[in-house]
Ligand binder design. Structure first.
Ligand SMILES: Nc1ncnc2c1ncn2[C@@H]1O[C@H](COP(=O)(O)O)[C@@H](OP(=O)(O)O)[C@H]1O
Ligand SMILES: [Mg+2]
Ligand SMILES: [Mg+2]
Ligand SMILES: [Mg+2]
Length: 329
């Protein structure tokens, strides 16, 4: 791996998400997710907590000064009636951190509760696509380093993502700003191959992907946009930032995330890692208005609405189509 300004950060990030993937895979194989429901009624599982604990621990040990903005916190696990879930999290974390105690695990999870903007900060989605994880479909462990509001380093593990050519499942996507995007098998992170977005310039041939969940991205609006671009094939629906990965490695040209309700604000951990991977693969990421994503505001992408990610050459055409369909609708 080239020795760049951020090579140590990337090395630590890779090791952390690979360990987290092991926990997630093991929990998925047991079919017992100990699912809880958060205040916004979204699901969280033993795997989300376990993943956050091991990643926060690794980042905090290597970079003790850096704050971490991660999705989960330990509040639910500290409730007396959730002791069995907490015990399970400790047991699962113990498989990669032997002898981890309850208090340690809770403390590692809560290293991720920072919310303020800082000159240098990490952001983590311990399981992006929890609903995909519960369905045993796609999910991702997404870790990124932000410096002065810009994503500089990304490690995106997609444990259930396959390829068209082989039976292999489980890939790791990495990027350092200015140094390209790479894919490796999750089983061998050092075996890196550079990736690039598709060079297609014809909108009608574009393959586009979107969320499985219609509550996360408006499916009828996206089909209107696809129609206006002359696209005839159906969208590919997959959970999590695996969508960014699929565009980054040239298997689709467009990822649309279209707001389903006014007032929903995207979270930085849902986009930081994926957006750098696409950009370093040659693609473009903006919000639905064509504005760049502003990662400098803390946990929220408060200046942005929705997401348009493309291979690059098609970006302007897609932004124009989204604007037109918005005006008409
Ligand atoms: N109304 C909404 N609009 C857009 N995204 C939403 C949403 N409600 C939840 N989400 C986010 O959608 C993410 C999953 O995205 P996708 O649909 O692409 O798999 C969730 O991440 P988590 O699964 O990490 O909670 C959550 O943050
Ligand atoms: Mg969630
Ligand atoms: Mg998420
Ligand atoms: Mg999550």
């Amino acid at each position: 791996m080239a020795d760049s300004q951020y090579s140590q950060e990337l090395r630590v990030a890779i090791q952390a998400v690979v360990e987290a993937s092991k926990i997630c895979r093991h929990i998925q194989s047991t079919e017992d997710f100990a699912e809880l429901s958060k205040n916004d009624r979204s699901p969280v599982t033993v795997a989300d907590f376990g993943s956050q604990a091991v990643v926060c621990k690794a980042i905090h040990e290597a970079f003790p000064e850096d704050p971490m903005i991660a999705e989960e916190d330990s509040a639910a696990l500290r409730l007396p009636d959730q002791i069995s879930v907490l015990n399970r999290v400790v047991k699962e974390v113990g498989k990669v951190v032997p002898d981890a105690t309850q208090e340690q695990v809770l403390g590692w999870i809560d290293q991720g509760i920072s919310r303020d903007p800082a000159p240098r900060t990490w952001t983590l989605d311990p399981i992006d696509g929890t609903k995909g994880f519960l369905r045993k479909e796609q999910y991702a462990i997404a870790l990124a380093l932000l410096v002065d509001g810009q994503v500089k380093v990304a490690a995106l593990a997609c444990p259930n993502l396959g390829t068209i050519e082989s039976d292999e499942v489980g890939f790791l996507f990495t990027a350092i700003r200015g140094e390209g995007a790479y894919v490796s098998p999750l089983s061998d992170p050092n075996d890196r191959t550079r990736i690039s977005t598709s060079s297609s310039i014809f909108t009608r041939d574009a393959r586009f992907c979107e969320s499985v969940e219609s509550g996360h991205s408006d499916h009828s609006w996206s089909s209107e946009i696809a129609h206006s671009l002359g696209i005839t094939r159906d969208s590919v629906r997959l959970d999590s930032q695996a969508k960014y990965a699929v565009v980054a490695r040239g298997e689709a040209e467009i990822y649309l995330r279209l707001p389903t309700k006014p007032g929903y604000v995207e979270k930085i951990w849902d986009h930081a890692a994926g957006s750098l991977v696409i950009e370093e693969a040659g693609g473009t990421v903006t919000d639905v208005h064509g504005h760049p994503l502003d990662f400098s505001r803390g946990a929220l992408l408060s200046e942005n609405q929705g997401i348009i990610a493309t291979n690059g050459p098609l970006h302007e055409a897609v932004v124009t189509a989204v604007k037109k369909c918005n005006e008409n609708g």
